[in-house]
Write a protein that binds this ligand. Structure first.
Ligand code: PAF
Length: 306
């Protein structure tokens, strides 16, 4: 049986472990030990208790486990490379990785440096933790899996099939780069503004924020054009990006976006993985990105106060 290691027992990591455990050998790996009995609340409100295998990264060195078939990295974007380095001595460098991060920072870097296959996943599954022993699966959504160089379609299909069998609906795709940037574009338009202003997504529709949101989307659309990322829904330009962002704002009006949750918990935000690649790309292509840079430095100032 192919075993799966999940590095980063946050909400998506634990949801993945709950889904895969009944089907295949699965181990959660984190910095701290977790209770063996783990609770899951399904989107339908059902409570399930399952024993999930978990070890700390330190224990892996002293008590090695059998070699994994897949290593999933489900940490925040800025922690992905460090967590991979922390297990590099105990996994073969040919082991397939699956990167579940937001943004577009960890994915190209790890793809370049890891000798084995590197799959990237983007998911719209909604989940949050209720403590060391519980996760709430708040909403189901599709997951897409592929690799940046389109060299590992068979592996992506095998993983998508296993996840789908585990009721974690997933599809292997040949355009994961497009999908990661598309998600990044939406995140860049919503997350920094709600995090800086302490508001829920729906409040961006108000006069106080709508103009700045449109200014962000204008810069993002020009950058994505240079990155050869097609506008969404067969649209042609900035208007298509703006329409997508307003649609997501509408659909998630009552949400506290992930970056706002980070700011409220005084955790570092994912600005480096979301705004960073956009600002880098703008600079490479000689494009204006004053609004994005302003958001990035306002967030940096806020984080410095934590
Ligand atoms: O990061 C998030 O919270 C979500 O990606 C989004 C789309 C901004 C909705 O809250």
């Amino acid at each position: 049986m192919t075993s799966h290691w999940i590095l980063g027992p946050g909400a998506i990591g634990r949801l993945l472990a709950h889904s895969l455990s009944p089907f295949t050998d699965t181990t959660l790996i984190g910095r701290r030990a977790l209770p063996e009995q783990q609770h899951l609340t399904t989107p339908e409100g059902e409570e399930r208790i399952q024993r999930l295998a978990s070890v700390t990264a330190a224990e892996l060195t002293s008590h090695p486990l059998p070699a994994p078939g897949f290593v999933h990295i489900t940490t925040k974007a800025m922690a992905a490379e460090a967590v991979l380095a922390s297990i590099a001595d105990v996994v073969a460098p040919t082991t397939p990785l699956v990167l579940w991060q937001n943004g577009f920072l960890a994915q190209p870097r790890i793809t370049q440096t890891w000798p084995g296959p590197v799959l990237c996943a983007t998911t719209t599954q909604g989940a949050y933790l209720t403590g060391d022993g519980g996760v709430v699966h708040a909403g189901r959504g599709p997951t897409f899996i592929g690799d940046l160089d389109n060299q590992h379609a068979v592996l992506a299909e095998a993983l998508a099939a296993l996840l789908s069998e585990a009721n974690f609906t997933a599809t292997a795709v040949g355009d994961i780069r497009q999908r990661l940037w598309q998600k990044l574009a939406v995140n860049a338009a919503i997350n920094p503004l709600v995090a800086l202003n302490g508001v829920r997504n729906g409040e961006l529709r108000g006069d106080a924020y709508a103009g700045r949101l449109a200014a962000v989307v204008k810069e993002v659309a020009a950058i994505l054009k240079q990155e050869n990322i097609a506008p969404p829904n067969g649209g042609k330009n900035e208007d298509a990006w703006l329409a997508l962002v307003w649609q997501v704002v509408e659909n998630t009006a009552n949400n506290k976006a992930s970056m706002l949750q980070d700011v409220e918990a005084k955790r570092p935000t994912e600005r480096g993985a979301i705004l960073g690649p956009l600002i880098d790309s703008a600079e490479r292509h000689g494009l204006q990105c004053g609004v994005l840079k302003e958001l990035d430095s306002e967030l940096a100032k806020l984080e410095a106060e934590f």
